[in-house]
Design a protein around this ligand. Structure first.
Ligand code: XLS
Ligand code: NI
Ligand code: NI
Length: 434
């Protein structure tokens, strides 16, 4: 039984005009000492591929999903697994990510919801074994249901908090059973709509305790993957507590959670926070805390999380420069947390979207590797800071220098002449490779 009238997607090279072929992504090709597929570790998002009907706040869903009867039956949920695995296999995607509620519906009764989830997980486990596909991360959806309107782990109401905890417990069990490489917390509703009704300090304390309980449970069941926090500044809340990488790092440090977490950085969330993706990646990497990436992009003209497929070569180059710079992913990967435009409603558009994203990242990888190999960019940056390689500079960096010593240098050289930052030259240099 085949659900997509699409061939297996193969690499045909840059000259190919076949829309159902990779032009850049050649999984087995070596770049910088490693196969492309091992650098990129692409994952598909179950929610966007299988559950996103492409509705928006002004209009109904447009996506054609002939395999889906729209109902809450287990049968329908199980059929989606087969559709998804056909999709993964045809694209050669080796990883995926899910929310509990993407896999199985939320029923009015928690025990029943759990039972359905377990049944789908059983099937996923079998399909993973059969195909070698792996789970990059799982997560619990603590934002869709109406009970979460005022938060899950930051809800003012203990019964909602308990329900959220129960959902995370079940989602952790599912992730563990499926050999998930990580587990993500995205706090979609963990924030506020107005401060007039909000005790922010108390909510943050509750959130931290929630995460501590999750850490305890993870140890108890022997789940070895890292926990990821996925920053985002707003939407759906007015203010989301996990605003950006720096804010998350501070929160984790303040509450003694740092060692159990890493960050999952998403492009469109970084830009919503007023940063570039390159910036938030560097904040995370600088702290040794980048775990994984949600690969997408926003639109300069639209101020929300449009979750578009990444096709901008500058963006993918920057991302891959950052990833190569940190020595590559360990447990993480590039999860396409991206959806087709509402106008791209046919099943084959799922393929065009992922092919475009995968090719864009393959190019970004090759360009980033070439820039590193060339060495001029890194050399320039290193030279820029070379005065700190002096004896006094080293002492500053080690925390051994004093204001008096620095004053001596300042008196000897009271009007420093600084060299150019050469931004335009470097932008030209990058363009040599793009
Ligand atoms: C929404 C988030 C979400 C997380 C997983 O903006 O990106 O999809 O990745 O809950
Ligand atoms: Ni995401
Ligand atoms: Ni997002």
């Amino acid at each position: 039984m085949s659900y997509f009238n699409v061939p297996k997607i193969e690499f045909e090279g840059p000259e190919s005009k076949n829309p159902f072929a990779f032009k850049q992504y050649n999984p087995e090709e070596e770049v910088a000492g490693k196969k492309m597929k091992h650098h990129l570790r692409f994952a598909a998002a179950y929610w966007h591929c299988m559950r996103n009907d492409l509705s928006d706040p002004f209009g109904q869903g447009t996506a054609l999903m002939p395999w889906d009867d729209g109902g809450d039956s287990l049968e329908n949920a199980l059929r989606r697994v087969d559709v998804f695995f056909e999709f993964l296999e045809k694209l050669g995607l080796e990883y995926y990510c899910f929310h509990d509620r993407d896999l199985a519906p939320e029923m009015n009764d928690l025990a029943e919801s759990n039972r359905l989830l377990e049944a789908v997980v059983e099937k996923l486990e079998a399909r993973q074994k059969e195909t070698g596909v792996k789970l990059l991360w799982g997560t619990a959806c603590l934002f869709k249901d109406r009970k979460y309107a005022q938060g899950g782990a930051t809800s003012p109401y203990l019964d909602v908090y308990a329900y959220a905890a129960a959902q995370v417990k079940a989602a952790l069990d599912a992730t563990n059973r499926l050999g998930g490489l990580g587990y993500t917390f995205w706090g979609g509703r963990e924030g506020y709509a107005t401060l007039w009704n909000t005790d922010m300090k108390r909510e943050l304390d509750h959130l931290a305790q929630f995460l501590h309980m999750a850490v305890d449970y993870k140890k108890k069941i022997g789940f070895e993957g890292p926990f990821y926090i996925e920053p985002k500044p707003r939407e759906p809340t007015t203010h989301q507590y996990d605003t950006d990488a720096a804010t998350c790092l501070n929160f984790l440090r303040e509450y003694g959670l740092l060692e159990h977490f890493r960050l999952n950085i998403e492009t469109n969330h970084a830009t919503l926070a007023g940063h570039s993706m390159f910036h938030d990646l560097q904040v995370a990497i600088g702290a040794g805390m980048l775990g994984s990436i949600d690969a997408n992009r926003g639109d300069e003209l639209i101020g929300w999380d449009t979750d578009q497929f990444p096709t901008d070569i500058y963006l993918t180059t920057e991302v891959m420069l950052a990833v190569l710079g940190m020595g590559g992913f360990t447990t993480g990967g590039l999860n396409f947390d991206a959806k087709r435009r509402r106008e791209s409603h046919e099943p084959e558009d799922l393929f065009h979207a992922h092919i475009g994203g995968m090719d864009a990242f393959a190019r970004g990888l090759k360009i980033a590797a070439a820039i590193r190999e060339d060495g001029r960019l890194a050399e320039f940056v290193q030279q820029r800071y070379a005065s700190f390689d002096s004896d006094l500079g080293r002492r500053v960096e080690k925390g051994e220098a004093t204001l008096e010593e620095l004053q001596r240098l300042a008196l000897e050289n009271p009007e420093p002449m600084i060299p150019s930052g050469r931004q335009e030259m470097l932008e030209g240099l990058i363009n040599e490779f793009i």
